[in-house]
Write a new protein. Structure first.
Ligand code: DXP
Ligand SMILES: NCC(=O)COP(=O)(O)O
Length: 249
């Protein structure tokens, strides 16, 4: 896919989500594999940042993991979290580089949809403000829906992360929605990120969207690392992203 020559080619960052290293660790209740060691290996392999989702039920990442990530990893930390008082307090204490606010449903297997920013603007706005005032970059994880993008800009988010889950599942028309949403968000002054369900096979068209400057990828990378190792897996994902970004895909 070739980028429009009128649009400047922006750098595309890879944030590696290490949640599912913690999922495997927690299966035995011990300390191996260590998500912080995985984060270190990911950065050494070329990750531009680390993403970790502190779910309310602590099913994978735990509070102590975040504290260690903050203390031991030099790369920017993107803390994914629900918009609750508990999570905002943790973030204000931890001071990660960024917080990505996501919807959470206790019974879900994974994040099913985007945040309803338009419907919950009154509750979200003060939390976004508190995080911003602490110097934390606030991102909202939203579906590629014009009303959600507009509301994200209105309540003062710096970033939207477009939920690519429906695209990854092959839903018809979803790529076009993402394409339009990225352009709308960029025009509204929001930085544009994307993620969820991305793999070697589907990352190209998302990496080619010129407004997107960061992809957050986790489940596929950690799963594929079982076969190829984390460094080779991250290296190949980077190559897929770069090829698409530079029009060689
Ligand atoms: C919001 C998001 O997409 C990530 O947090 C990712 O989903 C992490 O994995 P789980 O959804 O399985 O917790
Ligand atoms: N915000 C998306 C993310 O961090 C990773 O999602 P996935 O690649 O684990 O589906």
């Amino acid at each position: 896919m070739t980028l429009s020559p009128a649009f400047p080619v922006r750098a595309l960052r890879l944030g590696v989500n290490i949640d599912h290293v913690a999922t495997v660790r927690n299966a035995r209740g011990g300390t191996h594999p260590d998500p912080v060691a995985a984060a270190m290996a990911a950065v050494a392999a070329g990750a531009d940042g680390i993403t970790a989702h502190l779910r309310e039920d602590r099913r994978h990442i735990r509070d102590a993991d975040l504290a260690r990530l903050r203390a031991e990893i030099a790369a920017p930390l993107n803390m994914e979290m629900a918009a609750t008082d508990e999570m905002v307090a943790i973030a204000l204490d931890l001071r990660p580089h960024a917080c990505c606010i996501v919807p959470e449903r206790r019974a879900e297997v994974t994040t099913e949809g985007g945040l309803d920013v338009a419907g919950q603007a009154a509750a979200l706005a003060p939390r976004v403000r508190a995080l911003r005032e602490a110097g934390i970059r606030v991102s909202l994880f939203v579906d590629p829906d014009p009303a959600q993008i507009a509301a994200s800009a209105e309540i003062g988010a710096a970033v939207v992360e477009l939920h690519t889950g429906a695209y990854a599942e092959g839903r018809v028309g979803e790529y076009e929605r993402l394409r339009r949403a990225a352009a709308q968000a960029d025009a509204a002054g929001l930085e544009v990120h994307a993620g969820h369900g991305l793999t070697y096979g589907n990352v190209g068209p998302i990496a080619a969207l010129p407004q997107v400057v960061e992809l957050n990828i986790g489940h596929f990378l950690i799963g594929q690392a079982i076969f190829d190792g984390l460094a080779a897996t991250i290296g190949r994902m980077r190559a897929c992203m770069d090829a698409a970004r530079n029009g060689a895909d």
